[in-house]
Ligand binder design. Structure first.
Ligand code: P6P
Length: 341
């Protein structure tokens, strides 16, 4: 007997598509898929639940603050939770047989888990806890991830990872905010899931998200305005004259998530301190660019020599290289570019 899918029935259980069942349904579109990819996404889901718990109980468990003065490869002070989140992701991904190489903002070198001929089909690169300096003041932070195919013909782990963002097979982020939100794209649109604490599962709440074409809001750290290239200062003057609002949290996952849902533009221009931009190409800019482009937005470099170039077309020369970023609603990105070019 086919159960009726009545409005009354739907009212009691509107969101019962879990991340797991969504991934399995997506896998059906690829008859040759063997479930390897699904296993990786389920590992990320498990890690996200564990990190979410650690973030929400950090002050109780006394794991806030820095890691005893330790710094990461970028010379940035490591937070205790940076290391904890990194360890959780390494553990969850490490026991997935299809993962060849893992790389993290927190580790100078990639970790080779297995070679292509040992079944390692994919590489995963991530920022385990983006914006972690905000943790002590209870501001949202996030995990950003990018999944690439492993090319067994490329000998070195770092070289295997140095693929342009257009080669990503999946990308996304988990936002540890007022709720725990998992946003994912595998190249067929952007899907959003929220962790239901009562179920212990991520349940789907958004299908094929589309970013608003425009939005009168920009997100940039205006403290560095003096050292932005002239075009960015001209854009900001234009925005001020056209009643744009400014929203900047200082946690990329939070700022980009707001723009994905509400529209607007996120900017990290070149500065004197970071002439090539501050954000990391492989595990901040590229995954966010894939999400924004998949949702109908634009994600460009904003550099002096190639302002309108797509972020995902940059050919990396190092897994920790930085870039400037302009991404968001297509109309708003075009407005910024009209002042840069
Ligand atoms: P600033 C966090 O450290 C981060 O990498 C991104 O999450 C965020 O967008 C940016 O740096 C903030 O940088 O220079 O404004 O503090």
């Amino acid at each position: 007997m086919i159960m009726s899918n009545s409005p009354a029935r739907r009212a009691h259980c509107p969101n019962l598509t879990s991340l797991q069942s969504h991934i399995l349904k997506e896998e059906e579109q690829f008859p040759t898929a063997g479930g390897d990819f699904t296993w990786i996404l389920s590992a990320l889901s498990l890690a996200a639940k564990s990190i979410a718990h650690k973030v929400r109980t950090a002050r109780i468990e006394d794991v806030l603050g820095d890691q005893g003065g330790a710094a990461n490869v970028h010379g940035e002070t490591q937070q205790k939770l940076d290391v904890i989140a990194n360890d959780i992701l390494m553990t969850c991904l490490g026991n997935r047989p299809s993962v060849a190489v893992v790389a993290s903002e927190e580790d100078e070198q990639p970790t080779i888990l297995r070679r292509g001929n040992q079944g390692g089909k994919y590489c995963v690169i991530f920022d385990p806890l983006d914006g972690s300096s905000n943790l002590d003041v209870c501001v949202s932070v996030g995990t950003i991830f990018s999944i690439l195919r492993n090319d067994p013909n490329i000998p070195g782990a770092a070289e295997t990872l140095q693929q342009p963002g257009i080669k990503q097979v999946a990308a996304g982020y988990i936002l540890y905010g007022s709720s725990t939100v998992f946003v994912l794209t595998t190249g067929t649109g952007v899907y959003m899931f929220v962790l239901d604490p009562a179920l212990g599962s991520f349940v789907r709440v958004g299908d094929r998200l589309r970013i608003p074409a425009s939005g009168r809001s920009y997100s940039v750290n205006e403290a560095y305005r003096h050292s932005f290239p002239d075009g960015f200062r001209q854009y900001l003057d234009w925005a001020h004259a056209h009643d744009y609002s400014s929203r900047y949290i200082g946690s990329m996952v939070s700022d980009v998530h707001r723009i994905l849902l509400k529209g607007g533009v996120f900017l990290y221009p070149p500065t004197q301190k970071n002439p090539g931009g501050k954000l990391r190409l492989m595990y901040e800019a590229n995954p966010m660019a894939m999400i924004i482009e998949q949702a109908g937005g634009k994600a460009v470099i904003g550099s002096t020599d190639n302002p309108a170039g797509r972020l995902v077309e940059i050919v990396p020369t190092g897994i920790h290289q930085r870039t400037s970023v302009v991404l968001g609603s297509p109309d708003e990105v075009d407005r910024v570019l009209s002042h840069l070019t």
